[in-house]
Design a protein around this ligand. Structure first.
Ligand SMILES: Nc1ncnc2c1ncn2[C@@H]1O[C@H](COP(=O)(O)OP(=O)(O)OP(=O)(O)O)[C@@H](O)[C@H]1O
Length: 233
């Protein structure tokens, strides 16, 4: 479970997040849409504990990020637009390192099994990550989420720059994480993936959640129309 509770964040007097509240249950994927500067990344940074909110709370698995920063980080996995891995280490070495930071130590065969589950081709497991594509790096990110047994996953524009098959494969992996009970927050500009992958879709504007809908109840065309109308309002 992931909770944003009346969160407000200002930068030099400018309000980036304005009394924002929403909840994401275990096994749910909430897609957060909104124009550049709407406050999506700032929301994620508050959940990660990278930014301290001016008021309100961010909770992960019932724990307040501001009060228990280390424990909440252990329960979280984060996949930004470019997954940061150590380029001179292999996929399996990166996974071992990040899993251990999350308090989990695995055997070599267990680590390879996580990479297999995340769809990374066998021949790449022991290769240096510096030669990986964006999609391959994301698979290591998914493997880290699996190995950490993360309760919540934060994604910031994960499908930008992925080709259609990599994007489709990525959404299949998100489905797997959902079925394991992970609560997923995905900030995105990709209306198609939001409609396809999310249980709920939120539209943010000027730091506020101005629309919230159930993905299954809206068509692709209507979501786009609603988004554009919300931007014009
Ligand atoms: N570190 C910072 N210092 C000052 N202002 C910031 C900082 N981070 C974000 N902002 C401001 O907060 C507002 C929200 O930015 P944010 O990056 O959260 O938007 P976003 O919805 O993620 O946008 P995008 O779709 O472009 O990624 C913007 O006005 C931005 O300029």
């Amino acid at each position: 479970m992931l909770i944003i509770d009346n969160l407000t964040k200002r930068f030099n007097g400018n309000t980036a997040i304005d009394v924002l509240s929403f909840q994401i249950a275990s096994g749910e994927l909430f897609a957060l849409l909104g124009p550049n500067g709407a406050g999506k990344t700032t929301t994620i940074n508050c959940l990660l504990g990278f930014l301290k909110p001016d008021s309100g709370r961010a909770l992960i698995d019932g724990l307040d990020v501001a009060i228990e920063p280390l424990e909440t980080k252990r329960r979280l996995a984060y996949i930004p637009e470019q997954v940061n891995l150590y380029g001179h280490f292999s996929g399996v070495e990166n996974l071992a390192y990040f899993a251990e930071l999350g308090g989990h130590r695995y055997s070599d065969s267990e680590l390879h099994a996580f990479l297999d589950d995340a769809g990374l081709q066998c021949e790449a497991h022991d290769r240096r990550v510096s030669g990986y594509s964006k999609g391959m790096r994301q698979k290591v990110g998914i493997a880290i989420a699996l190995a950490k047994k993360a309760k919540a996953l934060l994604l910031d524009e994960p499908t930008s720059g992925l080709d259609p098959s990599a994007s489709h494969e990525f959404s299949r992996l998100l489905g797997q994480l959902r079925s394991r009970g992970v609560a997923i927050l995905m900030a995105t500009h990709d209306l198609f993936r939001a409609k396809e992958d999310a249980t709920r879709v939120g539209i943010m504007r000027r730091g506020q959640l101005v629309r919230e809908l159930t993905a299954a109840e809206i068509s692709h065309a209507d979501l786009e129309k609603l988004y554009l109308e919300t931007m014009r309002a």
